[in-house]
Each structure stands twice: as C-alpha cells, then as structure tokens.
Design a binder for this molecule. Structure first.
Ligand SMILES: NC(=O)c1ccc[n+]([C@@H]2O[C@H](COP(=O)([O-])OP(=O)(O)OC[C@H]3O[C@@H](n4cnc5c(N)ncnc54)[C@H](O)[C@@H]3O)[C@@H](O)[C@H]2O)c1
Ligand SMILES: O=C(O)C[C@H](O)C(=O)O
Length: 319
C-alpha cells in the first residue's frame, strides 16, 4: 500500500495525475499538496475527488495541505509545481524561474520524506530533476524525471499510425533531452518484435518528419488548447503504477548517469532504466556512433544550463 503526494495538485497536470493515480488499487492515500494560499482550492478539489471515488467505487483516502509535514510518510511524490511555457517559449526559457520553485519543494521533500521516490515533471524536466536531486540531498536512485518517456510514447503513436498496428506492437525509445536535442533510438525500435530495419517497405518510413512531430508536439498542443495534460498525465500515471505495483518495467526516464556506464556524468538525462518499488536504476546500452554524438550534445546542453541555474540559486542563497 502506498501514500502518493502530488506537489502542485492545483495545476492542470497535478490534478489530472492525482485523479488518474487514485484508481490504482495499491494507492491507499492521495495527498494533494500546494503552496500556502491554495487551501480553499485544495479543499474543494479533495471533496470533488471523494465524490468521484464514491461514484467509481475507489477506496483511496484523499488528504490535502500546504505545510511540509503533509509530505511525511509519502512513498511517492510527484513534483508538478512550476510555470508552464507559452507556445512561443521553449522549455529552457523556464529554467531559472522554475528552478527557484523546485529548489524550495526539493528541500522540503529531502527534510520530510527522504525515503520517498521523487518524480519530477516541472519543465525543463531534465534540468529540474538535477536541481531536485541536488537540493533534496536524496539518493540518486530515488529522484528521477518524466524525461523522454512522454516523447517515446509520442513516437510510439506515430509508428502505430504509420504501420496501422495496435500501439502495443510498437517498442521504441527516445533518449537524451526532453527537448530539441532528443535522440531517437531506431536501433531499439521494433514492430511486432521485428527490428524496424528488417521490415520490408521500411525505407519509406518518414523518420525525420516523425521526430519533428514528436519535438513540436508540446508546443502544437499548447498553441491549440493552452496546455498538455492527458499525454503527460497518463505517462506519469504509468510510471507511478510501475513503482507502486513493483512492475520492474524498463522505461526511458531522466535519471542521474554515471561516467563508467554512459561516458558522461553529473546530470540527469533520459536513458533506459529499470523502475521498481525500490527506485530507478539506469541501464547501460551500446549506442551507434551517430546516437552517441547526438547524446553527447544533449548532455552538454543539459549540463551547461544546469550549472548556470545552480550557480544563480547558490548565489541567491548566500545573500
Ligand atoms: N515534463 C513534461 O513532459 C511536462 C508535461 C506537462 C507539463 N509539464 C510542466 O509541469 C509544470 C506544470 O504544468 P501545468 O500545466 O500543470 O501548469 P499549471 O499552471 O496548471 O499549474 C502550475 C502549478 O504550479 C504551482 N505554482 C506556480 N507557481 C508557483 C510558485 N511560484 N510556487 C509554488 N507553486 C507554484 C501552481 O500553484 C500550480 O499548482 C510546468 O512547468 C510544465 O511545463 C511538464
Ligand atoms: O511542451 C511542454 O511545454 C509541456 C510538456 O513538456 C510536453 O511535452 O507536453
């Protein structure tokens, strides 16, 4: 049984995730957490969800609060607080503003629930995952980010549409940044278990167009309806189910990498990882030369931006 806490529960992604995750049988308590001033909204949200659970026959207890003690006893904490981008912005434009928000909550989690698993969603997610890891002081396998799991699902949808097969027939991964330097792993892409290059007719696969579609998916949806909610929400819910039900699935999420395994270190970036009730464990993979070069570019961008942001945060905390 697990207590799941959503930080940023008043937000679009946070509230959807809280509702989606509460239906998992192993989730005993759903704690809706927000910043001071949002108590009335959280109270209303909690009551709305209780009505929903009664209608659905879900037995999850809903609690809410704005003080750090609410975090105690959490098994999984999802951090969704932060400013979302406008369609004209990049995710990287949010880095400093959101890092200030993430730092505050990460410190609270590190103090109140250091044994929990912390899943970071706030954008730019790779950088925010490193910020959360640093300021929470938690073990690296207990802090991870949504990363390119969502991009991998978006590519999966494109491939299922192209091949006209059920999405479950597609296995694929995108590693690296949740952003423009993401790296598709065509070498790990299969349809019905058959490696994509061994499928007849695959030469016509519009790989570049598909990746462009994945890269622009967030801004396309934001421009049309203001925010992405169901895609990230259900991608997050899958990760939480994997943890609470100890499914040992291998998904692609932002996690701290080590030099011995990945040739780079010091940042959180998406790679394949085994996800269990005990945490998130990256798995080393052999990349092609082109994938290796693209991955190095992604890591450099994340590292440079993270270092700049953390330098500002550290200078501010000296003031
Ligand atoms: N990683 C991903 O794939 C992914 C997907 C969707 C959204 N996101 C990110 O998640 C974040 C939330 O998105 P959303 O659509 O739910 O936004 P939203 O505006 O609906 O909600 C924002 C939440 O953050 C809180 N918040 C805002 N400023 C705060 C501050 N200064 N201090 C404390 N809390 C603050 C709000 O109270 C609210 O709960 C954004 O950064 C967005 O870019 C990431
Ligand atoms: O694109 C965004 O800003 C939101 C999220 O990262 C997404 O990809 O849906």
């Amino acid at each position: 049984m697990a207590k799941v806490t959503i930080i940023g529960a008043t937000g679009q992604v946070g509230s959807y995730v809280a509702h989606a995750v509460s239906q998992f049988p192993h989730v005993q308590e759903m704690c809706l957490y927000g910043r001071p001033g949002n108590e009335q909204y959280l109270d209303g949200l909690a009551h709305d969800m209780m009505d929903s659970f009664a209608a659905r026959g879900t037995n999850t207890r809903v609690t809410f609060g704005t003080t750090p003690k609410e975090l105690r006893g959490s098994d999984i904490i999802v951090l969704t607080s932060g400013v979302p981008r406008k369609a004209t912005q990049t995710r990287l434009d949010l880095a400093l503003e959101n890092a200030r928000i993430v730092k505050v909550f990460a410190e609270q989690v590190g103090r109140m629930a250091p044994e929990a698993i912390l899943l970071v969603v706030t954008n730019p997610v790779d950088i925010m995952t490193t910020v959360a890891l640093k300021y929470s002081g938690m073990m690296p396998h207990r802090v991870f980010g949504l990363g390119t799991h969502l991009d991998s699902m978006r590519l999966k949808a494109c491939l299922a549409e192209f091949f006209n097969v059920h999405v479950s027939e597609i296995h694929t991964r995108i590693i690296g940044e949740h952003g423009d330097t993401m790296v598709p792993m065509w070498s790990a892409t299969t349809v019905g278990g058959i490696q994509i290059d061994n499928l007849l007719g695959v030469a016509k696969l519009p790989r570049e167009e598909m990746i462009q579609r994945v890269k622009s998916s967030g801004s396309y949806i934001i421009e049309a309806k203001g925010a992405t909610v169901y895609g990230p929400g259900d991608a997050i819910a899958t990760l939480i189910r994997t943890i609470v039900e100890d499914e040992n699935r291998m998904l692609t999420v932002a996690t701290q990498i080590r030099r011995e395994v990945f040739g780079h270190e010091g940042v959180c970036v998406s790679v394949p990882a085994r996800i269990t009730r005990g945490g998130v464990f990256p798995i080393g993979v052999k990349l092609s030369e082109e994938e290796e070069q693209m991955f190095a570019k992604s890591v450099k961008l994340i590292r440079d931006t993270t270092e700049n942001v953390c330098a500002v945060l550290d200078a501010e905390s000296q003031e």
